[in-house]
Design a protein around this ligand. Structure first.
Ligand SMILES: Nc1ncnc2c1ncn2[C@@H]1O[C@H](COP(=O)(O)OP(=O)(O)O)[C@@H](O)[C@H]1O
Ligand SMILES: N[C@@H](CCOP(=O)(O)O)C(=O)O
Length: 293
């Protein structure tokens, strides 16, 4: 039996749609694998009732097929599905690392990213790597078709998860088909600023780089109270706030001393809109970890 823990992730970060992502210290999925003649899957934990155990429909089944690694796979879900926290990616990343170890496939961590992305394609229709890259590698990642750049950082964040469901497939269905050159120029500038902030461990620069005028405005309509939650978080110490992944979670970057205040006002603001929520006060952290072999 091989066991691997893989973290929740927050992709896009506003200006980095389908490219940027960060690993979060918590929550996380834990996946246990052992060799079998054919792949079977058991899912328990948060939201397990909404997660298929059919290997053709679960992200880990696609990973097992890609590695030619049939196994009995047990998933302990710590990342709620349809959250915007890389739930599907956490399982896929953990399974990729675990099965690579179980069958001695000797793939590098970077080499496991496209394998895990095949799991993402099963659930969202697109093999986007911006969740599985940080889920495997940790830190802040810039994932393009050509390469992945990773930056270690431990910047503090608050992630507020409302009791609302937004599937990634649904949120990809509302993307604009075209934009304007001035919005592209603005986004490039914000993305460069955010990247510089990650490199310097500077929450102020990161926050400045999180504003997005292309994707976020159309997706925020799927999250009741989004604008109010964002504004109050900024008023109480957040340096930047945007939708986490495809939502509905909202991520705020802040200095550690402001985490509690930011978390409390985000929860209160969602409540003012009749939406229950919970907030994780956490940091950008490490990637998938082998727990036992
Ligand atoms: N191992 C898995 N963990 C979570 N969701 C999974 C898994 N396998 C398949 N799914 C499906 O993927 C969807 C959740 O993925 P997604 O919408 O991308 O959520 P998130 O935004 O948290 O990644 C759910 O519909 C769920 O049924
Ligand atoms: N770039 C993707 C990221 C999806 O993240 P998730 O955590 O919601 O799965 C997108 O925005 O569609």
């Amino acid at each position: 039996m091989v066991t691997v823990r893989a973290p929740a992730t927050s992709a896009n970060l506003g200006s980095g749609f389908d490219v940027f992502g960060v690993a979060l210290n918590r929550p996380a999925d834990v996946v246990h694998v052992e060799k079998a003649d054919e792949t079977t899957i058991d899912v328990r934990g948060v939201g397990n009732q909404y997660i298929p155990e059919d290997p053709e429909k679960n992200t880990v089944g696609a990973v097992a097929r890609a590695l030619d690694a049939p196994a009995h796979i047990e998933i302990d879900k710590g990342v709620r599905p349809a959250s915007g926290l890389g739930s599907s990616a956490a399982s896929a990343a953990a399974a990729a690392v675990a099965l690579n170890e179980l069958y001695d496939r000797e793939r590098s961590n970077e080499g496991l990213v496209p394998i895990a992305a095949k799991g993402e394609a099963v659930v969202s229709g697109t093999a986007h790597t911006d969740n599985v890259a940080p889920a495997i590698l940790g830190g802040f990642t810039i994932a393009t078709d050509q390469e992945i750049t990773q930056i270690e950082t431990d910047i503090s964040v608050v992630v507020c998860l409302p009791e609302v469901v937004v599937s990634t497939r649904e949120a990809r269905g509302v993307l604009p088909e075209r934009t304007t050159i001035d919005k592209v120029v603005d986004t490039v500038g914000k993305a460069a600023t955010l990247t510089a902030g990650m490199g310097r461990g500077d929450p102020e620069l990161v926050g400045q780089g999180m504003h997005d005028t292309i994707i976020t405005p159309v997706r925020s309509d799927l999250i009741p109270g989004y604008e109010s939650v964002r504004e109050t978080a900024l008023e109480h110490g957040a340096t930047g706030v945007t939708i986490s992944g495809a939502g509905p979670a909202i991520i705020a970057v802040c200095h550690e001393q402001n985490q509690r205040a930011v978390a409390n006002v985000m929860i209160d603001s969602f409540a003012d809109h009749g939406v229950e929520s919970r907030a994780y006060q956490t940091e950008i952290g490490g990637g998938a970890q082998l727990c036992s072999h």
